[in-house]
Design a protein around this ligand. Structure first.
Ligand code: ZN
Length: 347
C-alpha cells in the first residue's frame, strides 16, 4: 500500500482524504515514479466536482503535474534507469493515431490528462509511460519542474504555436496570479512582446505580474478594465488577448483587440456559455483561437526553457503531501500567487 490524496465520491472539498491505496502496477512500457513534487491546478477542483461523461475509477488519485525519481522500470524501457530524476508530461496519448503521427498528440483520439482521466501524482508512487518522461538536470528542483509542466505547455502552445505571437506585438493577459497567467506574462516577455497588459483582482497579484514583466497593470476591482486597457494602448487596442476566464470576460476581451487581432481562449474559470454579437468578430477581422494543453514537441521546448532558467515558475508555497487538503482549500479560496506544490514527506 501507499499514501495518496484521493476522493471517493465527486463533490466538495470534504470528499478529499489522505489515505492508503494500492501501489500502482506498471506495464512493460511504464516506469514507477517515486513522486517528489506534485503541483496543484484548478483542474483538480473541477475533476473533484465532476461532470457528465467523466467516469473515473474511484477512489481517484488527484494531481496532474508530477516530478520525481524512477523507482522501477518496465521490461521494454531501455532509455531510463532506476534513480534518474524525471518530470512528467501531463498529456497522455496513444502514439499511433493520425494526430499522434503528425505531431499533434494533444489532439489524440485517446487524449487524457493525468489526474483528470487517470490517477495522478498526489501519491507516493505513480505508473507513467516512459514516453511521457523528460529527464531533469540536477540543478532543477523537483518542485519547479512539477509547477511548470501543465501551465507552461498550455501558455506556450496557445501563445506561440497557435497564436503566433511576434516580437513587438502587444498582449493583454486577463487574470493575474494563477499559474497560466504568470506563465503567459513570462512567455510574452521572452517572445519580445511590445507591451504587456495584465488585468487582475488584487494589488499583490498585479505587483507579481509587474515583477514578471507586465508593462501595464489594471485592477478590475477599481476600474472598468476594458476601458482602462483601451486608454493605456493609446485607444488602439491590443494585438493578442489571452483569456482563461471565459464567460465573464470574453466580450470585453474581444472588445480590447485591435482590428485583425486574435483572442486566445484557453479556459473558462467563470463558466463556458457565451452570448456574442458576431459583428464584433467579422467586421473587425478578429480571430478566436482555441487551445488546450499542447503537443509533446511544445512540452519539450518550453521545459528546456524552464531548465535553462529563461522561464521561472512562480511558486506560492510548498506543502507536505499529507496536508494536500489544506493546499487544495487555499486554491479553492483563490488567494494564491503562483503555484501550490505538494512535496513528498521528508523532502
Ligand atoms: Zn493518438
Amino acid at each position: 500500500m501507499m499514501k495518496a490524496v484521493v476522493f471517493h465520491e465527486h463533490g466538495a472539498l470534504d470528499q478529499i482524504s489522505y489515505t492508503d491505496v494500492p501501489e500502482p502496477e506498471i506495464g512493460p512500457d511504464d516506469i514507477l515514479l517515486e513522486v517528489q513534487a506534485a503541483a496543484l491546478n484548478r483542474l483538480d477542483l473541477w475533476v473533484l466536482q465532476g461532470w457528465p461523461g467523466l467516469n473515473l475509477k474511484l477512489p481517484h488519485i488527484m494531481g496532474s503535474d508530477g516530478a520525481g525519481l524512477i523507482a522501477a522500470t518496465g521490461k521494454n524501457v531501455t532509455n531510463f534507469a532506476v534513480g534518474e530524476r524525471v518530470v512528467v508530461n501531463p498529456t497522455l496519448s496513444c502514439g499511433s493515431c493520425f494526430f499522434c503521427r503528425s505531431g499533434r498528440d494533444n489532439l489524440c483520439k485517446d487524449f487524457a490528462i493525468f489526474g483528470e482521466h487517470v490517477d495522478g501524482f498526489f501519491a507516493q508512487y505513480a505508473a507513467v509511460p516512459a514516453r511521457n518522461l523528460l529527464k531533469m538536470p540536477d540543478h532543477v528542483p523537483f518542485a519547479a519542474a512539477a509547477a511548470a509542466s501543465l501551465v507552461y505547455v498550455t501558455a506556450w502552445h496557445s501563445m506561440i504555436s497557435r497564436g503566433q505571437l511576434r516580437a513587438g506585438e502587444s498582449v493583454l493577459i486577463v487574470g493575474a496570479g494563477g499559474g497560466v497567467n504568470t506563465a503567459a506574462v513570462q512567455i510574452a516577455k521572452l517572445a519580445g512582446a511590445g507591451s504587456i497588459y495584465v488585468v487582475g483582482s488584487s494589488r499583490e497579484k498585479l505587483d507579481l505580474a509587474h515583477d514578471l514583466g507586465a508593462d501595464v497593470t489594471v485592477n478590475r476591482q477599481e476600474e472598468a478594465w476594458g476601458e482602462a486597457v483601451y486608454e493605456a494602448s493609446g485607444r488602439q487596442g491590443v494585438d493578442m488577448v489571452v483569456d482563461n476566464v471565459g464567460a465573464a470576460t470574453f466580450f470585453t476581451s474581444l472588445r480590447s483587440l485591435k482590428k485583425g487581432g486574435r483572442l486566445l481562449t484557453v479556459g473558462n474559470s467563470s463558466g463556458p456559455k457565451l452570448e456574442l454579437d458576431n459583428r464584433l468578430i467579422f467586421a473587425r477581422h478578429l480571430s478566436v483561437i482555441g487551445s488546450s494543453m499542447g503537443p509533446t514537441s511544445d512540452y519539450e521546448t518550453v521545459m528546456s526553457l524552464v531548465f535553462d532558467g529563461r522561464l521561472r515558475p512562480v511558486i506560492d508555497s510548498l506543502t507536505p503531501m499529507q496536508e494536500g487538503f489544506s493546499a487544495l482549500k487555499r486554491l479553492d479560496d483563490g488567494e494564491v500567487l503562483g503555484k501550490l506544490v505538494l512535496v513528498a514527506n521528508g523532502t
